[in-house]
Write a protein that binds this ligand. Sequence first.
Ligand SMILES: [Zn+2]
Length: 252
Amino acid sequence: MIELPGTYPFAEGLSAVVFLDFDGTLTPVDIGDTLLCRYSNAAELLPAVRAGQLSVLEYYREVCRKLRATPEELAAAACEIGLRPYARELVESCSRHGAGVAILSDGFDAYILPVLRTAGMEHLPIACNLLRWTGSGYEPEFPWAQQRCQLDCPAPSPCAACKRAALLSWAPPSAAVVYVGDGMSDFCPALFADVVFARGELVDWCRSRGIGYIPYGDLFELRQRLEELFRRRRLFQRYLPLRRRQRAWVEE
Ligand SMILES: [Zn+2]
């Protein structure tokens, strides 16, 4: 379910929450990049985003203006790619251990929702950007964009949907915060998580910043490692990330 700022999607009294990135983490490839390269001019612009010359907001406004596909075509192409194996089992395992699960994405509802619906996972809270179909074109909306992130995002280009903002507003004050991601849009929230599971670019970034992380290969392995943490009661709040969350709560 798409959630907007100001909502709180979890039950009271959770001891842990698990935030999952969508593109490239729950899915085998970045579905957003794939669709926006196929149906718009993303391939031309992505290098500038990665080099820090174009913000994700500006990039999305430009590619959405040139996007040539109907909502049905976007949904069908996204569902053809779908989720990685064990995505659903991962979420079920977290719920069984009493943890809240949410999906944080700097992508769009237009392809995230159809994929989750097909997998029977649309009930999960989702923070992401919105893509409105006007009948002849698209208008992107960025409810999770943060002025603060535009100033101090640790990624080369600031986020559109800032996952740090969603993590901070949804992390219960006394729960352990787990973050799972793989790419540039995960740098911003990773600083605020007690436990980071990382793949791909996020690994290099955590290393360069001296942030502890647990590497994982696929979602089966991720589920196993998480279950081990639940079983051994190794999920708890850690000093530095908790201090960062507390400081951000005071400042924001
Ligand atoms: Zn951000």
